[in-house]
Design a protein around this ligand. Structure first.
Ligand code: ZN
Ligand code: ZN
Length: 72
């Protein structure tokens, strides 16, 4: 998936915990979406691990399958 900046449409760099746009030097928070229903996931943090849970019946989503989008 190619994530682009909401401001300038340049590709965003995936930094730790957020997206960074090199072109506008902005940071964007990451929103985790369910790959099955495109709804936002609940983020469950426990003991250094982060789990993603879909409240719409898809259960726990593996981090590899989570779709991250920038929050404008
Ligand atoms: Zn930008
Ligand atoms: Zn879902």
């Amino acid at each position: 998936m190619n994530v682009v900046c909401p401001q300038c449409q340049q590709p965003l760099r995936f930094a730790e915990g957020h997206f960074h746009c090199d072109a506008c030097e902005r940071d964007y928070a990451q929103q985790a979406l369910c790959p099955d229903c495109n709804q936002s996931l609940q983020v469950l943090k426990a003991c250094g691990a982060t789990d993603y849970f879909c409240p719409n019946g898809h259960g726990l989503i593996s981090k590899k399958r989570v779709v991250f989008v920038p929050l404008p």
